[in-house]
Design a protein around this ligand. Structure first.
Ligand code: GLY
Length: 355
């Protein structure tokens, strides 16, 4: 078992992250031990419930099953989760456990942050994207008709239990979506200012086949590297006032791809990969990097065989990027590569983006 620790100094909060290949029942036993007799509500993804519900064996009375898909991360389900917690008479000393991907983690975490002004919550991520990124760092939210994640809170979990074995049953597109965020970490590694030299780029090129074959040991290591990078960033900047913005590498254009296709055509990771390619092209145009680094990045991306994405009208894309919650006036905030595994923040005008 690998045990990592997140230390958010501004909140005086430490929490453990356990990475262990085990069966669902063994994980449940550890979870219960961690909760030390507290009552808890389990918010679980419908897919995970179908695959592992029996083995996990949580009683129906303490379960809220959330249908899959981003559209479920809404006010209605948020309200239902809180009502279920109230019906169960959970107190401020009890907990919410989120078992699923990013959608479950985000909505259950947000419910935990507001129930009785905040109760304990535990993340059990079951997608690669949630294991490597969204379960760590305390971003919780729901979506509204005005946009994604516009209502939420920074609210750190009390523990994260990662079981790479769950990834065996993840569908291929969702697995690749997670790989999109993983590849992102390789291009921002040095900027994450981690004390350890993890060399994710090397790991990705040496272990491509094992990763694509979902070898458990390889996935454990891969998750460990990404989580260490994420911990390094969020410990230095929990609320995204500075360093944490680098995690948005590939997201400015990526979010616009998701918006223009109504969040229906591409997964988040596919859109982020397209955003990474866009960022590399912009960086070459602005002489921030030489072409060799762009070709190198293209090769890394090609190895993982991500889905090809259509070209969109650039004027429309710029308009969408200007609406991003991180944009300032007409300028768009981009995280661009400036050297190998190094990125920086730039504010670009529409002309500078389209040129
Ligand atoms: N997923 C980006 C972040 O946690 O900041």
């Amino acid at each position: 078992m690998i045990e990592l620790c997140v230390n958010i100094k501004s909140q005086n909060k430490n929490y453990p992250i356990y990475i262990e290949n085990q069966n669902a029942f063994a994980l449940k036993e550890k979870l219960i031990k961690f909760l030390e007799g507290k009552n808890f509500l389990v918010v679980i993804s419908e897919k995970v419930e179908k695959l592992y519900g029996k083995e996990l064996g949580f009683d129906k009375s303490i379960k809220f099953i959330l249908k899959d898909g981003e559209k479920e991360k809404n006010f209605k389900n948020y309200k239902k989760i809180l009502e279920k917690a109230l019906k169960m008479k959970l107190t401020r000393h009890d907990a919410i456990v989120a078992i699923g991907g990013g959608v479950v983690g985000d909505i259950a975490g947000f419910a935990a942050s507001t129930y009785m002004r905040g109760i304990e919550y535990i993340q059990v991520p079951t997608t690669l994207l949630a294991c490597t990124d969204s379960s760590v760092g305390g971003k919780t939210a729901i979506d509204t008709q005005y946009g994604k994640n516009l209502i939420g809170a920074f609210y750190q979990p009390d523990a994260v239990f990662i079981n790479p074995k769950f990834l065996k049953t993840l569908d291929e597109r969702q697995f690749k979506s997670g790989l999109g965020e993983v590849v992102k970490y390789s291009f921002i590694e040095k900027s994450c200012k981690c004390d350890e030299d993890l060399n994710l780029t090397n790991f990705l090129s040496e272990k491509t086949t094992d990763i694509l074959n979902r070898d458990e040991k390889t996935l454990s290591k891969l998750i460990e590297i990404c989580v260490k990078l994420k911990i390094s960033v969020v410990e230095k900047d929990e609320k995204e006032s500075g360093l944490r913005k680098i995690l948005n590498f590939g997201h400015t254009y990526g979010h616009a791809v998701e918006k223009i296709t109504n969040y229906k055509k591409y997964t988040h990771g596919e859109a982020v990969v397209e955003g990474i390619k866009f960022a590399f092209n912009l960086a070459v145009k602005r002489n921030l990097i030489d072409k060799n680094y762009k070709f190198f990045a293209d090769d890394v991306i090609k190895k993982f065989r991500f889905r090809e994405i259509s070209q969109f009208n650039m004027e429309k894309m710029v308009e969408l990027m200007q609406m991003d919650k991180k944009a300032t006036s007409k300028n768009v905030v981009f995280i661009l590569p400036t050297d190998y595994s190094t990125v920086d923040e730039f504010q670009l005008s529409p002309d500078e983006i389209i040129c």
